[in-house]
Design a protein around this ligand. Structure first.
Ligand code: NAD
Length: 415
């Protein structure tokens, strides 16, 4: 099958929403195309003395509601269209959560697993050197995403601060706690997702104490989802996977023990007392809650008819194609669309910015309470809109978000 283009998918989802909202063609055009994008080359001195040139991107999609915000990915398969799609989804995500922010995304084509710490630091600093004029606390605020982490955010914040000649903690979020990070940022994406799962379970009459969970992807989002589903709800995690493959246990796995095992061996595969399962099989097992928490386009028209989960919690960005969406909807799967389900990360990132600006830091309990309020309110508005318009949850999330962005564009006199 030809590789699906995430930006085309994002465009199709937007067109569907534009039809529902009867938006005129000019407005559709503004919403369909990124406001600004940069393509950059990053020459890096490697540890063996050679120079390697990496390619990077930053896409600032729409800033009608405020400065743009979005993560930076380090990935060997990164493409400009993936970054564009992710920047569009960030725009809708920030609007859906009613954050005063627009959407952006960045990426570097690289394989961080094959790079030393020193090489990664030089690459991170080089990225900021190329884009610093066009980012900033009131312009565009990056954050971590796939294969980037708090340490990388720390280097990037430091590089920006050096260039502008003063500490600018608010230029980037997802930083380590001791240099302006927020309590509760580490597991925020998964925690926000689990708050929406809790609400969805009420809607679908799923008893979370008795529920089974399967998770594809065992990184930041996936591992924390497993841990929180178990500790917050008492659900049983029966299958997890990573890029090398997966494991299955009818009795359930202990998320922390598997996490430690992965930290030692580099993968969840061959975990003792569990059966092997492939990344394709994990999506189709008999389970109450399925959590894609890895990459895009894993649920397609081919495997969607075989999905047995009652709730699909999209922690990954863009895991489901539009064709698959129709099938899931017909089969009664309650889909928590990506830019609702995984919005906990950007919400706590926004809290981090607020704390940086005010130089006043909240404890974890306060962060959790505020996150809970935001996620629950976003879920309710999506569910109510889906009922009001008789549309599915993804279409409803688009309607709520796009209406807010269009309102801001109108009030600013752009349209
Ligand atoms: P991560 O790098 O911490 O983990 C990614 C995980 O996916 C790893 O376990 C990796 O082995 C696995 N993986 C990679 N390729 C795979 C494949 N082909 N099949 C199965 N597993 C595979 O990344 P993350 O931060 O957990 O992000 C995961 C997803 O969640 C991404 O789609 C990301 O955009 C989305 N997301 C993350 C955040 C965040 O705050 N971390 C916020 C919003 C959305």
């Amino acid at each position: 099958m030809a590789k699906l283009n995430p930006f085309e998918i994002a465009g199709r989802q937007l067109s569907e929403c534009a039809k529902i909202l009867k938006l005129d063609s000019g407005v559709r055009e503004i919403l369909r195309i990124p406001m600004r994008e940069f393509h950059i080359s990053l020459p890096i001195r490697m540890d063996d003395g050679s120079v390697k040139v990496f390619q990077g991107f930053r896409v600032q999609y729409n800033d009608a509601r405020g400065p743009t915000k979005g993560g930076i990915r380090f990935h060997p398969d990164e493409t400009i269209d993936t970054v564009r799609a992710l920047a569009a989804w960030m725009t809708w995500k920030c609007a859906l959560l009613d954050l005063p922010l627009g959407g952006a995304k960045g990426g570097i084509i690289c394989n961080p697993k094959q790079m030393s710490k020193g090489e990664l630091e030089r690459l991170s600093r080089a990225y900021i050197n190329r884009v610093w004029q066009l980012i900033g606390p009131d312009r565009d605020i990056p954050a971590p995403d796939v294969y980037t982490n708090p340490q990388i955010m720390g280097w990037m914040m430091d590089e920006y601060s050096k260039i502008v000649g003063k500490n600018q903690f608010g230029v980037i979020t997802g930083k380590p706690l001791s240099i302006g990070g927020s309590a509760g940022r580490g597991d925020a994406t998964a925690r926000g997702g689990m708050y929406t799962v809790r609400e969805a379970a009420k809607e679908c009459s799923v008893d979370l104490k008795e529920a089974t969970v399967a998770i594809q992807g065992y990184g930041n989002a996936g591992y924390n989802a497993a841990y929180l589903a178990k500790t917050l709800f008492g659900s049983k995690i029966i299958a997890v996977s990573d890029s090398k493959g997966g494991i299955f246990s009818k009795e359930g796995i202990e998320p922390e023990v598997v996490h430690e095992y992965k930290a030692k061996t580099g993968s969840v595969i061959n975990f003792p007392d569990a059966e092997s399962i492939s990344n394709e099989e994990i999506l189709e097992i008999e389970v109450d809650i399925l959590v894609p928490a890895a990459l895009e386009n894993v649920i397609t028209e081919e495997n969607a008819p075989n999905i047995k989960a009652k709730i699909l919690a999209e922690l990954a960005n863009g895991p489901t194609t539009p064709e698959a969406d129709d099938i899931l909807c017909k089969n009664g799967v309650h889909v928590l669309p990506d830019f609702l389900c995984n919005a906990g990360g950007v919400t706590v990132s926004y809290f981090e910015m607020v704390q940086n600006f005010n130089m006043d830091y909240w404890d974890e309990k306060e962060v959790h309470e505020r996150l809970n309020k935001k996620m629950t309110s976003a879920y309710d508005s999506v569910l109510n809109t889906s009922k009001e318009y008789s549309i599915n949850m993804r279409q409803a999330a688009y309607v709520v978000a796009v209406e807010r962005v269009v309102e801001a564009m109108e009030l600013r006199g752009w349209i």
